[in-house]
Design a protein around this ligand. Structure first.
Ligand code: PMT
Length: 404
């Protein structure tokens, strides 16, 4: 989801950098727009470095503008693509412009051009805050659906004490997340997710692996993070970017994945095992490339470590463990056996033979199986949606005191 963070010219402008971080942490894509006066307080470069993208500072690339690629109609493109616009800090001047529909720079023009929800976090001197003009402007904005994150009382930069200090960045971030419908029902939880395949080396150049892309596990990590959890992602080799705010540990083999899971298990309150861990590895590793000779060499395999089995044995009472089962036949029966053997909270049965399900696809089709025999088949949906449905069940189990 894309959010524009508008920064206007007040002493609290530096706090917008921290707000940017908090919003990124919730997996949001942030475009910063600064007014000319804001640039007097904080250099746009600060936000370029933090957001990793250009900062828009003017309508026409005028002198002093740090934007590149700005054009007279860019505000329309930005206005149409965003999901919310938050202005923090919002000065009395900008609030007055918004209240009167004045559009004399990029930010105020964007406010007129967008249909996305607008949130303002005012910050100013106490007398300016209490002035009837400011209060009437705010009343007009509220009347049009603008969300106002009230300033706090306290010592102000101007030396006076009273209302006008920018609300905490946490409160502003919360208002943005609420507006976007982002839940924080996993706040306080530490979610350990495994994703992707493992690679089991055979010789200096060859290995055994499988078709897992990591998309399902990464979607779980992203969804859990967006819902407020701390997320540790233990990932086999993939080409995917780590979702914002997620702590990632890259591993290669089942042995390494097991070690990483084991070292983070103590911190985790929820474990989601989406990785396609190799069940077998070559019995012997050759440090030199095996030479082509007459007749193919035979390959001897041995079992890898059973990570889920280890978790089952080590699991503490408060830890909720969810497993996956990738099956090609007798899907429900086989998954139900794994659910029972591993004493899981529930298992995600994945018939990987179906079109649009399983390995590599952006979508998945799964059935959730519970220890009491309940089955929840889910229709075909994106892996992010599947991830959220799995997390809905986790949250329900938490509420009812249930666990694996
Ligand atoms: O990565 P994608 O391309 O998005 O594909 C998604 C997926 C198909 C990989 C995913 O949806 C899925 O089904 N993951 C589980 C794959 C798997 O290895 O299933 P399994 O039935 O072999 O294993 C059962 C459970 O034991 C799994 O939770 C697995 O992580 C775990 N396991 C397996 C073997 C092993 N040695 N140790 C384990 O912990």
């Amino acid at each position: 989801m894309k959010v524009v963070l508008g920064v206007t010219g007040g002493i609290a402008a530096y706090k917008a950098a921290e707000l940017l971080r908090l919003l990124q942490d919730r997996g949001l894509e942030i475009q910063v727009v600064m007014t000319r006066h804001a640039c007097e307080f904080v250099r746009p470069l600060t936000f370029v470095a933090l957001s990793g993208r250009k900062v828009i500072t003017g309508m026409f690339g005028e002198a002093g503008s740090e934007a590149n690629g700005e054009s007279a109609i860019e505000h329309i493109a930005v206005a149409q693509s965003l999901n919310a616009l938050v202005i923090a800090p919002a000065t009395a001047n900008v609030l007055a412009k918004l209240a009167h529909g004045i559009a004399d720079d990029f930010l105020t023009t964007l406010c007129l051009a967008t249909k996305a929800p607008v949130i303002v976090a005012p910050a100013m001197n106490v007398n300016m805050w209490q002035n009837a003009a400011t209060q009437e402007n705010l009343a007009a904005l509220r009347g049009r659906g603008v969300k106002v994150v009230e300033p706090e009382e306290g010592y102000l930069a101007c030396g006076m004490t009273g209302a006008g200090r920018l609300a905490s960045v946490e409160a502003i971030a919360r208002a943005v997340c609420e507006t976007l419908g982002l839940r924080d029902d996993l706040k306080g939880e530490t979610v350990l997710v495994t994703a992707g395949p493992t690679e089991e080396p055979l010789d200096a150049v060859r290995y055994l692996s499988n078709r897992s892309s990591g998309k399902m596990g990464y979607a779980l990590a992203e969804a859990a993070r967006r819902r407020g959890a701390r997320v540790v992602l233990v990932s086999g080799p993939t080409h995917l970017d780590v979702p914002a705010g997620v702590e990632a540990k890259r591993v290669r083999t089942a042995q390494e994945m097991g070690a990483a899971v084991s070292s983070h298990l103590g911190e985790a309150s929820i474990v989601l095992m989406a990785a396609a861990v190799a069940d077998f590895q070559p019995a012997q590793f050759r440090s030199q490339k095996i030479k082509k000779r007459k007749g193919a060499p035979s390959l001897k395999l041995k079992a890898t470590r059973d990570i889920l089995g280890e978790i089952t044995r080590q699991r503490r009472a408060h830890q909720l463990v969810v497993g996956f089962a990738a099956e090609t036949e007798n899907v429900i029966e086989n998954a139900a056996q794994k659910l029972k053997a591993k004493r899981l909270a529930f298992i995600v049965a994945n018939d990987v033979t179906q079109e649009g399900a399983g390995f590599e696809a952006d979508t998945n089709i799964v059935t959730l199986l519970f220890p009491d025999g309940r089955q929840k088949p889910l229709e075909k949906m994106t892996k992010l949606e599947v991830a959220n449905r799995i997390l809905d069940e986790v949250v329900e189990l938490r509420k009812s005191g249930g666990q694996g």
